[in-house]
Design a protein around this ligand. Structure first.
Ligand code: PBG
Length: 337
């Protein structure tokens, strides 16, 4: 008897190649499929009217004025996306980030426009102070052993207030991104006390201090003016299992969904978190630097944008993230049609 698993002379087909030998077989053997309903589009909003300012380091992405948001939301609905996540650039930044707590601030206004454009379309808001403070730190600055850092507990109360402002404007889900210890618990209590017990929290649970956020900091005009965020965001060189401890704390405090960020350089972390909590919806953020790298290579004719983006997002999903935040969300939905 010949071995059915190895090539035969004159019959160069091995068992594994039989799973790939034509498109129909490959399609049937594909376990990972991208679905627009699981993609979240990040959008940047700034004050003004009729503005669509392209972000130089993120070609194809814009800072929109609120009036231009309605059109973006309609397109996202049309394409069947899962939702949007809003980032605000306020009119004025100051030391305390006061616009973050204003009911007439940029994000409440954007939420109202988005919900007016489509009542049932999911609007998530990023919750952090770095976009609102003139120093760019993610909360109340303080000095820890001679280095500028964030006063953890003073920031918690502010985050709870910011969450309530977003909830009152109509946000469907709150996504705290500051890696402040206790943020999920503080926000949960704030929301519950204000009567928003039904609003889910998507926590940026395992967020690394990453250089892949570079273009975003241009887009949100939020680069730290002093110091950095390594005192609170995760250390890329730490054990991957540290992410499990972060997730565990967030779940204990009431996180409904969790996130790993960035995505492509952290597929091991995505896999680990997924395997530990297969029952918790897991998101991954395919961040600005991941987008910018491929855009730049594609502009030079070095990579095929569509095929490489689909391959990257498929890998993120295969690693275990069911939800992906990506600047390609609209493109992918159009490509898949
Ligand atoms: C913080 C926040 C950041 C990103 C999302 N939320 C930046 C940071 O921590 O510096 C980065 C997203 C991206 O790079 O696409 N509000």
């Amino acid at each position: 008897m010949s071995d059915p698993n190895t090539s035969q002379p004159g019959f160069p087909t091995t068992r594994l190649r039989r799973l790939r030998y034509n498109p129909a077989v490959r399609r049937l053997a594909s376990r990972t499929r991208l679905d627009p309903a699981e993609l979240i589009l990040p959008l940047f909003v700034r004050p003004g009217t009729n503005l669509a300012r392209e972000i130089p380091s993120m070609p194809g992405q814009f800072q929109f004025s609120p009036d231009r948001l309605a059109d973006e939301i309609s397109q996202a609905v049309e394409l069947g996306l899962g939702g949007v996540i809003l980032f605000g650039i306020p009119e004025h930044k100051d030391a305390t980030g006061s616009d973050a707590l204003s009911r007439s601030g940029i994000i409440p206004e954007a939420i109202r426009v988005a919900k007016h454009a489509s009542r049932d379309f999911l609007v998530i808001t990023d919750l952090c102070f770095c976009e609102y403070t003139d120093h760019g730190q993610c909360g109340v600055p303080s000095e820890v052993t001679g280095r500028i850092d964030v006063d953890n507990d003073a920031t918690l109360e502010l985050l709870a207030q910011q969450a309530v402002v977003h909830a009152q404007a109509g946000a469907d889900m709150i996504a705290p991104s500051g890696m402040i210890d206790g943020m999920v618990g503080a926000i949960r209590r704030g929301l519950d006390e204000a009567g928003f017990t039904h609003l889910p929290i998507l926590s940026y649970s395992a967020k690394y201090a990453s250089h892949f956020y570079g273009p975003f900091r241009d887009a949100a005009e939020s680069a730290p003016q002093f110091g950095d965020r390594r005192g609170y965001q995760m250390n890329p060189a730490a054990a991957a299992e540290e992410a499990l401890r972060e997730v565990e704390l967030d779940l204990a405090e009431g996180a409904d969904m969790i996130m790993v960020k960035p995505a492509l350089a952290y597929l091991d972390v995505i896999r680990l978190v997924h395997d530990h909590w297969p029952g918790v919806p897991l998101a991954a953020y395919n961040v600005s630097g991941e987008y910018a790298m491929l855009k730049a290579a594609a502009a030079n004719g070095w990579l095929n944008e569509k095929e490489t983006a689909i391959e990257s997002l498929t890998a993120i999903k295969r690693a275990g993230a069911s939800i992906i935040l990506t600047y390609w969300a609209k493109d992918v939905a159009a490509w898949l049609e």
